[in-house]
Design a protein around this ligand. Sequence first.
Ligand SMILES: NC(=O)c1ccc[n+]([C@@H]2O[C@H](COP(=O)([O-])OP(=O)(O)OC[C@H]3O[C@@H](n4cnc5c(N)ncnc54)[C@H](O)[C@@H]3O)[C@@H](O)[C@H]2O)c1
Length: 297
Amino acid sequence: MTAIRGKAAVVTGGGSGIGAGLAKELARQGASVAVTDILLANAQKVADQINASGGKAVAIQCDVCDRASINEMRDKAVAAFGAIQLLFANAGATSFDPLMEMSDEDVDWILTVNLHGVMNTTRAFLPGMMEAGEGHVCATASMAGLLPGWIPVHVPYSAAKAGIIGMMMNVALELKPYNIHTTSYCPGGVASGMKANNATYRPAMFGGPGEGEVHVGEVNHEQTSLAFFHPDSVAPMVLDAVLNNRAFVFDHPEQRDLFRETYASVVEECYDAAEAWERDHGRPEANPHGAKLVSGD
Ligand SMILES: NC(=O)c1ccc[n+]([C@@H]2O[C@H](COP(=O)([O-])OP(=O)(O)OC[C@H]3O[C@@H](n4cnc5c(N)ncnc54)[C@H](O)[C@@H]3O)[C@@H](O)[C@H]2O)c1
């Protein structure tokens, strides 16, 4: 994307935390913003704040677990602002629970809201962007998706967030000819409403709101000294990545270092082990018919 000013943006999960910060910064930089959230009252507060400070925003209710709700939201956003060039697929929910203490419903919810939510929202907005030959999709993933060994008891969440990163990197290849780019934003610690709100926004299809079923514990490992950034202060960094079509944004310097160290050692270990195996056994044999298995091979 080459500009924010004059563009139309949609932010899912825009009623709180990172999404609210993104919506306000988008408006400050001159975009019209559809602030969407499963909790409409929260989205409305953010939209009111933007409009009161001279920006342009509407609030739209949307549950990203539900394709019909996403399509309805898209239609309302387009009716308000015309073609949407900027999508921030940000809505998400977390859980800090040992995998086998989670109910099937909990697991389905965390995977659906975080992974399918981004997939469904992206698919809803791509046709308009492809037709216009312009667009950017920025998905809020997490450092938990890049460094899944970093936070324990975070299994469905880490899986979903890693999935978002795969999705953004892969779809970028399809979208390049349409002048559409993607960014995976990987927050590492941003003060948000997640802990307070978690019990309030579970969609009815996963049992509805309820207290104490998915726990949002304190981050209690070595990272306790980690600073939690204010969402308003990370938003400009995310928009800068969008403006420069960067594939990733990592907001925490400590985690950028951890990422570098982790992957350097993963790469080294994989190379060493694979090379040692090949020295002893040779390379795996190539299939004579390429990718296709022919019966009798
Ligand atoms: N805060 C962090 O440190 C951190 C770290 C890594 C990733 N993230 C990711 O950032 C994103 C924003 O979270 P946040 O930290 O600002 O928390 P938050 O709770 O303040 O914001 C999440 C918003 O998503 C909305 N939401 C939840 N389920 C929804 C649904 N089904 N449909 C539509 N909206 C829904 C909530 O109502 C809320 O407004 C999430 O994807 C989260 O996983 C946050």
